[in-house]
Design a protein around this ligand. Structure first.
Ligand code: SF4
Length: 400
């Protein structure tokens, strides 16, 4: 979904980098403890240097919630994309204002699944399976990179959220019955949204067959003879129904990039994010979440060489830090694998929202509807409970 960001006053776009840097640092100091700035790993260097915390989206929202509770900061600025700011709004107290400096910073993957489409898919699948005497449940699981409405949909229908680090554990939880013990003879199917690749790669690593045990539901396929582009047989036999969504950044890595790196650097370790296509993951040496990639590089032996299949700003930072320890790292492909929507968050937009805060005006606030918030938080808490962590926050009753 394209969200409209009004054009900034010319004053901001005409400032030099040095003027912007100085002004941002000055406003940041002026706001002091009233503000927490979060910077996602994929963010450009120009703005991430102003972040109080850096990390992946869920970790950042948890850190922000903790920090806000300790300091009472009324404002959080998220240098990330829309769904990340929604997660921060869900986890922080109701009176905290979460601000996205450019409202146009969405996530193409999260925008590939909306609530109405999920409801349609749900009804179509249940109608088909009930006609065929299905004895079981479909449990919806969504990736953290989804809208708050999709997270709420999953919780309302007995499912949960997962991250790329715990997707395997959450799939296992669901297949064992999820919120209810699996009954004798009961069949469980997982509807996974919105990233087909994380779903496929995780299920394949669990031993499921990518042809026989999975099918891809395309919400835009309107062929009346099919269900989201799937035949009745495909839906019936699949344990995993994968939503047809993808990350436009990770999809840029191709199997031939792995071949090219192998011929140039035969000794290199190739590590890729599980949002990459299965053919790329299969050819790589390792697949790991963003935090997993960072840890692998941090513990890489001296003189080792690495090729990394993830967003270019993170790879560049990892390569600079690795070089200081005698480790060589590069991006898997020379293509511009950058998250263009996150790239919209630049210094002029950051300064603009800071200036408005100094004037006492909150602009670009991301607010999640109270009922959606309640259920989305429930979806996150189910994930945390199953992975042995305390709840992120207590859901507040919202007329549900
Ligand atoms: S890198 Fe991909 S999944 Fe992450 S915010 Fe950008 S488009 Fe979305």
């Amino acid at each position: 979904m394209i969200r409209w960001q009004p054009t900034l006053p010319q004053h901001y776009t005409r400032m030099s980098d040095a003027e912007l840097t100085e002004a941002i640092a000055q406003r940041r100091a002026q706001l002091g403890d009233k503000l927490v700035i979060l910077g996602h790993h994929y963010q450009q260097d120009d703005v991430i240097r102003f972040a109080d915390f850096t990390g992946d989206s869920f970790k950042l929202s948890q850190l922000a919630a903790e920090q806000v509770r300790q300091s009472g900061a009324p404002y959080v600025i998220f240098l990330g994309v829309h769904f990340m700011a929604e997660s921060a709004d869900i986890l922080t107290p109701e009176d905290t204002a979460v601000i996205l400096p450019d409202l146009g910073a969405g996530c193409s993957m999260a925008d590939m699944a909306d609530y109405e489409q999920a409801v349609t898919a749900w009804e179509q699948m249940h109608e088909l399976l009930e006609d065929r005497g299905f004895n079981g449940r479909i449990i919806p699981i969504c990736y953290m990179n989804s809208s708050a409405a999709i997270k709420a949909f999953c919780a309302e229908h007995g499912g949960a959220v997962c991250t790329s680090s715990n997707c395997h554990a959450i799939f296992k939880w669901a297949l064992e019955g999820g919120t209810q013990q699996r009954a004798e003879g009961e069949q469980i199917k997982i509807l996974f949204l919105p990233d087909q690749h994380l779903g496929r790669n995780t299920a394949a690593a669990m031993g499921y067959d990518i042809e026989q045990d999975m099918c891809v539901y395309n919400p835009r396929d309107t062929d009346p003879a099919l269900i989201g582009g799937c035949s009745e047989q495909q839906i019936e036999r699949s344990t995993f129904i994968l939503w047809r969504g993808h990350c436009s950044v990770h999809m840029l890595f191709r199997p031939e990039h792995v071949d090219q790196v192998r011929s140039a650097w035969p000794d290199a370790t190739i590590i890729v994010h599980p949002e990459c296509d299965h053919a790329v993951v299969k050819k790589a040496d390792m697949s790991a979440s963003t935090e997993g990639i960072i840890k692998a590089l941090e513990s890489a032996p001296q003189a080792s060489r690495w090729a990394i299949g993830t967003e270019v700003h993170l790879v560049d930072r990892l390569a600079r830090a690795a070089a200081e320890r005698g480790v060589t790292a590069r991006i898997l492909s020379d293509c511009q694998c950058l998250c263009t929507t996150m790239y919209r968050i630049d210094m002029p937009h950051l300064l603009y929202v800071l200036d408005r805060l100094i004037e006492g005006e909150v602009v670009n606030q991301i607010r999640v509807d109270p009922q959606v918030r309640y259920w989305a938080l429930e979806a996150m808490n189910r994930m945390l409970a199953h992975t042995g962590q305390p709840p992120a926050a207590t859901p507040e009753p919202a007329g549900v």
